[in-house]
Design a protein around this ligand. Structure first.
Ligand SMILES: CC(C)(COP(=O)(O)OP(=O)(O)OC[C@H]1O[C@@H](n2cnc3c(N)ncnc32)[C@H](O)[C@@H]1OP(=O)(O)O)[C@@H](O)C(=O)NCCC(=O)NCCS
Length: 221
């Protein structure tokens, strides 16, 4: 029997998670997970699924549905402090987090995925890479060997994060961006779309361009 999952988020990232699970079920006959609905602070339904409550209701929902699992899918690029704030409010027990890897993704046997990680189609996670709690790797994103990623980070479609990098918490590597090897990307930091990151990005800063340079600070929560 499939395990029931509630997706915390909206139709952007959350809709991608739902589509991934549907694809695993329908095309690949992997029936481990079944989407039971969403948790969302604003909508009544998301991508055709019912919303069971808001982020403040997570504890209550987990009590009422003791066999349900959760997938975190909130990542507001440019408002990165907000992600941690909402995540802490939800206070999800680690053992109730799902980990989902699309069957077309490659995750090296020596890579480590913490609970709640989402890996979409055609991703690559290299040997000895470490992906933190509730990170999202969107389609065709690559994280190379020996790179260490903190919790709640987001790798947009087509991003390439090189080897021996360190990324803090709640940071974003946007669409099509390349991060060269041995860089430090701080907490709540953003590498903007189609950038080439050749230098470290300090905490709370957005860098863009080729090579990437400081653009502005991320918004305060
Ligand atoms: C970094 C980012 C957040 C900046 O967005 P923003 O603050 O809304 O910036 P704006 O669109 O207001 O643009 C401000 C200026 O910077 C430029 N700019 C914005 N993003 C840029 C980028 N990635 N590279 C180069 N220039 C960029 C704009 O052209 C504009 O220039 P102008 O003032 O000369 O017209 C955005 O580029 C980005 O990367 N978004 C995330 C995309 C993504 O991966 N989404 C995933 C969803 S799942």
């Amino acid at each position: 029997m499939s395990k029931k999952i509630l997706i915390i988020g909206g139709e952007g990232n959350g809709g991608v998670v739902a589509a991934c699970i549907e694809d695993m079920r329908l095309r690949h006959r992997i029936l481990e997970w079944e989407v039971a609905g969403f948790i969302n602070d604003y909508e009544q339904s998301v991508s055709g699924y019912p919303v069971l409550g808001g982020t403040g209701d997570v504890q209550d929902i987990l009590r009422r549905h003791s066999d349900y699992y959760l997938m975190w899918a909130i990542h507001t690029i440019g408002r990165n402090y907000l992600i941690e704030k909402v995540f802490n409010k939800a206070n999800i027990p680690t053992e109730r987090l799902a980990t989902i890897v699309h069957p077309s993704a490659f995750v090296a046997p020596t890579a480590h995925l913490e609970p709640g990680v989402f890996v979409m189609s055609n991703c690559y996670v290299g040997p000895s890479a470490h992906i933190g709690l509730c990170c999202m790797l969107m389609a065709n994103s690559l994280v190379a060997h020996d790179t260490r990623v903190g919790p709640l980070c987001h790798f947009s479609a087509g991003s390439i994060t090189g080897s021996y990098n360190t990324i803090g918490k709640c940071s974003s590597i946007a669409y099509g961006t390349v991060v060269l090897e041995k860089k430090n990307i701080g907490n709540f930091a953003v590498a903007g779309a189609s950038s080439l990151v050749t230098k470290d990005i300090p905490d709370g800063e957005i860098h863009i361009g080729i090579p990437a340079r400081f653009m502005k600070k991320v918004m305060e929560a």
